[in-house]
Design a protein around this ligand. Structure first.
Ligand code: 5GP
Ligand code: MG
Length: 187
């Protein structure tokens, strides 16, 4: 049973409902009356999909969705990391788009800081960032998101889109795995 692998719940389904409602209301406030520019929520695969789906249903502002799949490198001795793009946005009208990157969690900050720069280079009108979870104590580059659901301590979490070995994404809350989950013994 999945739930038995969770040592503790860090963010409950009720709290997730509250934080997604709060973020959607703030985005609605910030993006009203922008003329004919397109608002694009850009989900970073795979972890952001559940959060993105919740935001979509709570936003009143009309918007479109796109996805990217990326991984960041450079956490070692180099001060400049690199972004590896596995799936890119193919549309060519970024010059008409206000983009909000939607991410599951910020850790070192490398992924989002690279992505913001990349999308601005591609000509987006504006690029903001939205994350469900944030681990500020883990930062390796100076970065803060425009919309943050909840700060959490330095613990590895799963659920609400976040995985360990592709498992646990479907849990409706965010939790910390029990030690047994890493051994693969009890399932
Ligand atoms: P960074 O901010 O270091 O560039 O990377 C953030 C990415 O690291 C997230 O999108 C996620 O894929 C992964 N990550 C960071 N912390 C956690 C965590 O606690 N649990 C899971 N499942 N992924 C994490
Ligand atoms: Mg991710």
């Amino acid at each position: 049973m999945m739930d038995s692998m969770i040592a503790k719940v860090l963010v409950s389904a009720e709290e997730i409902d509250e934080l997604t409602t709060r973020i959607a209301a703030k985005i609605d406030e910030d993006y009203s009356g922008r003329g004919d520019k397109r608002l694009v929520l850009l989900g970073i695969l795979k972890g952001s999909v559940v959060f993105l789906g919740d935001l979509m249903r709570k936003l009143k502002t009309p918007h479109e969705i796109e996805f990217m799949k990326v991984s960041s490198y450079g956490a070692g001795t180099k001060s400049t990391g690199e972004l590896k793009i596995h799936l890119d946005v193919t549309r060519s009208d970024l010059g008409d788009c206000d983009i909000i990157i939607v991410e599951d969690i910020i850790d070192s900050g490398r992924t989002l800081s690279h992505l913001v720069r990349y999308l601005k280079e591609r000509g987006a009108v504006s690029v903001r960032t939205c994350t469900c979870l944030d681990k500020p104590s883990r930062r390796e580059v100076d970065f803060s998101a425009d919309y943050v659901g909840r700060e959490i301590p330095d613990e590895f979490v799963v659920g609400y889109g976040l995985d360990y070995d592709e498992k646990y994404r479907m849990l409706p809350y965010v939790g910390v795995l029990a030690p047994e989950a890493y051994t693969g013994s009890a399932e």
